[in-house]
Design a protein around this ligand. Structure first.
Ligand code: DQQ
Length: 575
């Protein structure tokens, strides 16, 4: 397995460098399909198009760059190719919303036009200054294909939608110095201010060490690099889309972006370009020296905690002052299998925005879909006390299974039959690949069969499996795309998985919520402790031919309370 892992990493890295060379030597993090950079027609059938997830009417999208709330309106800016359904010609597209459910597309906010961004306007962030003026920080690709950091400000603050953005002439505000890699220096973070100094971080790498360079400024225009980075980790490669923010130790409310001290913990989230996965650590921030100290037990590196253990990348968070919460958006990282969507004229989906806060156990974050999404729930069905014996699967009928929101609580009478856990099983994805939904167990696998065809030729199972560990039980949550599509070639069908840190000693129950949307399955285990997004491409389980089941393939009998809703389309989704 290790050899396989190494080999696929090697292939990925080789491929990455070939692509970098193709792209005029620019170190781009996305595959570049030159032949597909044209207006492609949108296929009318729209087989795998989502119903209620954020998407523009056509063409490619990636990172949600700047997300913010300003004067009663939510804004999302995102990486967009206006000319095709593959990565390229990147601009900042812009949509606005009053509820983060219905979205109105506006004209692009930032497009290449100046010497400091003529070859692309890449990711960045939004910051609201103390005088209530928003500023966008973004990476521009200059004529030499170097990555430089720029800012843009609204042309007219009295326009409630902030349609037009100005790039002041004093751009760029930060360029790589001689010691740095000029083509690996991107994605400025939201800035925070302490003692009269603004700070921001910019992702980078030195050889194979991932770095979050720290910059300081008094006026938001002149930025100076600090002597030491805020954080860096050997052997993690390029850090993209670094997000740095505080979370409260005492509740779910979002502390101010500049908060520090005994009532908060800090989070550094990095998007790892080499693996195309993200991880985060929890730690303490000391602003006097701009030091970030990772908590004992928080793993810094490939095996760290993830916001989502599935197709999830380039996430970005912001504070919503209306509900006093921090919200995070991610992108499904289409880079791996663009071919399917490309033919239809679109590619890329943003996940449902999630509220994020610190787990009371202080060891991890919790994520949960924003409550606004529940306004799309329509038809509702319930199964109470549904018994599930070994090998049983029971259909949840009466809702649109291709577009649904499902909440289940599984009750486990006894843990005695749980299989022993081998401590060498450190990689949950490998374990899920081995012990899939059909491999009989003791306690589990039990869960949902989402986007299932009637006779189960296709299905995406989302399920728990329990093991007896040394001190306590080990809970595995899987979202396995292996059986999601009859299509054999050209699809990426990973067995995504994560462990769920719960104590089952008192309450022997586990909850699962899945947001199902035609080709998206976003799942939340144990109230948002472990989240997994799967992107799947069924051929039979589509539209009205999609079904939903609860199942159990473990010898221990399980009982389930299920509540499911059909999800309608929002009235407006960028069209
Ligand atoms: N996507 C952007 C980069 C960022 C990457 C380019 C992450 O700024 O590093 O579209 O997906």
């Amino acid at each position: 397995m290790e050899v396989l892992k190494f080999f696929s990493l090697y292939l990925f890295v080789c491929c990455f460098y070939v692509i970098s060379n193709l792209n005029n030597g620019v170190e781009a993090s996305h595959k570049v399909y030159k032949e597909l950079q044209s207006e492609s027609a949108v296929n009318v059938k729209q087989l795998h198009r989502t119903g209620y997830h954020f998407q523009p009417p056509k063409n490619w999208i990636n990172d949600p760059n700047g997300v913010m709330h300003y004067n009663g309106i939510y804004h999302v800016f995102y990486q967009h190719n206006p000319k095709g359904a593959v990565w390229g010609n990147i601009i900042w597209a812009h949509s606005v919303s009053k509820d983060m459910v219905n979205w109105e597309a506006l004209e692009p906010a930032i497009c290449p036009s100046e010497h400091f961004d003529i070859n692309g306007c890449w990711s960045g962030s939004a910051t609201i200054l103390p005088d209530n003026t928003p500023v966008l920080l973004y990476t521009g690709i200059d004529p030499q294909h170097n990555q430089v950091q720029n800012y843009a400000i609204p042309a007219n603050l009295s326009d409630p939608y902030l349609r037009k953005w100005i790039k002041p002439a004093d751009n760029p505000v930060a360029v790589a110095d001689e010691t740095m890699n000029k083509t690996a220096f991107r994605d400025p973070s939201t800035a925070w201010k302490i003692d009269g100094h603004w700070r921001m971080v910019v992702g980078s790498r030195r050889k194979n060490r991932g770095i979050a360079h720290l910059y300081r400024s008094r006026d938001f225009k002149k930025w100076t690099k600090a002597k030491h980075p805020l954080h860096s980790v050997a052997k993690t490669g390029m850090w993209e889309c670094v997000d740095f923010f505080p979370v409260s130790l005492t509740g779910e409310a979002a502390p101010d972006a500049s908060a520090f001290g005994p009532n908060v913990k800090h989070v550094i989230k990095v998007s790892l370009d080499v693996t195309r996965f993200e991880y985060y650590t929890l730690g303490t921030y000391f602003p006097a020296r701009d030091k970030y100290l990772v908590d004992k037990g928080s793993v810094d590196g490939w095996d760290g905690l993830r916001l989502d253990y599935g197709n999830y990348y380039a996430s970005k968070s912001f504070i919503d002052p209306i509900k006093n919460r921090r919200i995070i958006w991610g992108w499904t990282n289409e880079s791996d299998t663009p071919q399917d969507d490309v033919k239809k004229g679109w590619a890329g989906i943003q996940t449902i925005p999630r509220k994020v806060w610190l787990d009371p156990n202080r060891k991890q974050l919790l994520l949960w879909p924003i409550e606004e999404i529940e306004t799309l729930r329509t038809q509702n069905v319930k199964l109470s006390n549904q018994e599930l014996k070994l090998g049983e699967h029971v259909e949840v009928k009466g809702i649109t299974a291709a577009q649904a929101d499902v909440e289940v609580t599984f009750f486990i009478p006894s843990l005695d039959k749980a299989e022993p856990f081998d401590p060498s099983w450190t990689n949950p994805q490998d374990l899920c690949g081995q012990k899939g939904s059909t491999v009989q167990g003791g306690v589990g696998p039990f869960g949902l069969l989402t986007l299932a065809s009637e006779k189960l030729e296709e299905y995406t199972p989302v399920f728990f499996r329990l093991f007896k560990g040394q001190d306590k039980h080990v809970v595995l949550l899987c979202s396995d795309a292996g059986s999601s599509s009859l299509r054999k070639v050209g699809l990426y069908k990973p067995s995504f998985a994560g462990f769920v840190d719960v104590d089952l000693a008192d309450k022997k129950k586990l909850s699962l919520r899945s947001l199902i949307d035609n080709s998206m399955v976003e799942s939340f285990g144990a109230g948002g402790k472990t989240c997994i997004t799967s992107r799947v491409y069924p051929t039979l389980a589509v539209f009205d031919d999609a079904h939903l089941f609860v199942f159990n393939n473990g010898t221990e009998k399980i009982t389930a309370d299920v509540e499911a809703w059909s999800m309608r389309k929002p009235n407006k989704m960028n069209n």
